[in-house]
Design a protein. Structure first.
Length: 416
């Protein structure tokens, strides 16, 4: 390996651009062998066949003859950070730009969690984008590793409840800043939600998810009263949410729930309505095989144990049959759709509205399933949200509130 130039220093390591004799342009990370940390252990665990396209892969790992310095050889992850792409684009991105970026990122995070690695510092600066649009997740310096347990001891991949603060201020989950104990996988979902919010809004949702930030105080109050998190944040700045689709707002609301137990899981996100056009991208790489024999055996035993649970099988069959029945019932002309239409038009008459045929198609089904239509919900909640914001912040706070610009931030790590 021939070193070309120095890129950066961080913590206990230095990073260099280099040229490998057979692999071509690479990145070399070097640090004292006695300080080899969680990042290198995580990178070794994440090696898979084939390599996951959206996670940085470890090409070589070696220690020099003196045993004092350890080297990790990594491929070039991309031409720029996602942070730079957002900043250079001067504001929020459109849905058609965000969808492939977020789908690839979600695919990579699912891979991490399946192999027992929680990133804990997902942010715009740690997502690299190549010239062809491929996203890669980098920097596992703050990651947490699951224990590899036997089935008799519990789940095959089990994370310990954590207490240390890890991450970057505007992306860290509230339970992490509170000092735990917290589930690192749920914390990753919050960070993903903050990334998605920044991409579609052009500003940060929070300075920090703690009581000191008035934005977070508004969100806590909004969620307690059943309001949308996204609309509450936009109401602080008296901004409309017309550029955000209802499906995207629903997804963000689920990812940014303050209660980690109620927060969406990665599987929930992968099957959300907003991501449905890119579901193939999210799920394609779910079956890559880890090279670590211990991890492979644990995952294989776990999958076999789950396959033998008859109740799980019957549950899946029942869900499939209910889904088929639901699909037939809500076809045009069938009983479910007729009932839903009658309910919708009765509601519209009470509100003195005359919705167009175009607006009915999605809203009718939602109204019959007990979910108020997105359009009527947005109209009804706007005055309530304005009142809630004024109640939490006061008139002076509302007048002075300005969106948080997306700026580069350093990661933090410590214990309470």
């Amino acid at each position: 390996v021939a070193v070309d130039n120095h890129i950066t220093d961080g913590g206990f390591k230095s990073v260099y651009a280099a040229t490998h004799a057979t692999l071509g342009p690479v990145v070399v990370s070097c640090q004292g062998a006695h300080t080899v940390n969680q990042e290198w252990i995580a990178l070794r665990r994440l090696v898979s066949e084939p390599p996951h396209p959206h996670v940085i892969s470890l090409l070589e790992h070696l220690i020099d003859d003196d045993g004092g310095t350890a080297f990790a050889v990594l491929p070039l992850a991309g031409v720029q950070e996602l942070f730079d792409l957002l900043i250079n684009g001067a504001g929020a991105m459109a849905d058609d730009q965000i969808l492939p970026i977020f789908a690839q990122t979600l695919s990579g995070v699912r891979h991490l969690h399946r192999l027992g690695v929680a990133h804990l510092d997902i942010k715009l600066e740690n997502l690299m984008i190549a010239a062809d649009g491929t996203i890669k997740i980098i920097d596992f310096g703050l990651s947490a590793l699951a224990d590899l347990q036997s089935p008799a001891q519990g789940p095959a991949l089990s994370f310990h409840a954590m207490h240390s603060i890890r991450g970057t201020q505007s992306y860290v989950a509230p339970e992490v800043l509170a000092g735990g104990p917290y589930d690192p996988c749920a914390a990753d979902v919050w960070s993903l939600g903050c990334v998605l919010f920044a991409l579609c809004s052009g500003f940060f949702a929070f300075a920090q998810a703690a009581a000191q930030d008035f934005r977070f105080a508004v969100v806590v109050a909004a969620q307690a009263e059943g309001h949308s998190t996204v609309r509450a944040i936009y109401a602080i700045y008296q901004r409309p949410t017309h550029h955000l689709t209802p499906e995207l707002i629903d997804l963000l609301d689920g990812m940014l729930l303050v209660n980690p137990r109620a927060r969406l899981t990665l599987d929930d996100i992968a099957t959300s309505r907003w991501l449905s056009p890119m579901s193939a991208v999210v799920l394609t790489h779910d079956r890559v095989v880890p090279r670590d024999p211990t991890l492979w055996r644990v995952r294989a035993r776990d999958r076999w144990a789950r396959a033998r649970r008859p109740m799980r099988l019957f549950g899946r069959l029942g869900a499939m049959l209910l889904s088929m029945y639901d699909e037939v019932r809500y076809r045009p002309g069938n009983s479910g759709m007729n009932d839903a239409a009658a309910s919708f038009w009765a509601h519209a008459a009470q509100q003195d509205e005359k919705p167009s045929y175009r607006s009915c198609s999605a809203d009718v089904v939602d109204a019959d399933r007990g979910q108020p239509s997105y359009r009527s919900k947005r109209k009804a909640l706007t005055p309530d949200l304005n009142e809630l914001v004024a109640r939490v912040l006061g008139d002076a706070g509302v007048a002075s509130a300005t969106p948080l610009p997306v700026v580069r931030q350093r990661a933090m790590s410590g214990k309470m």
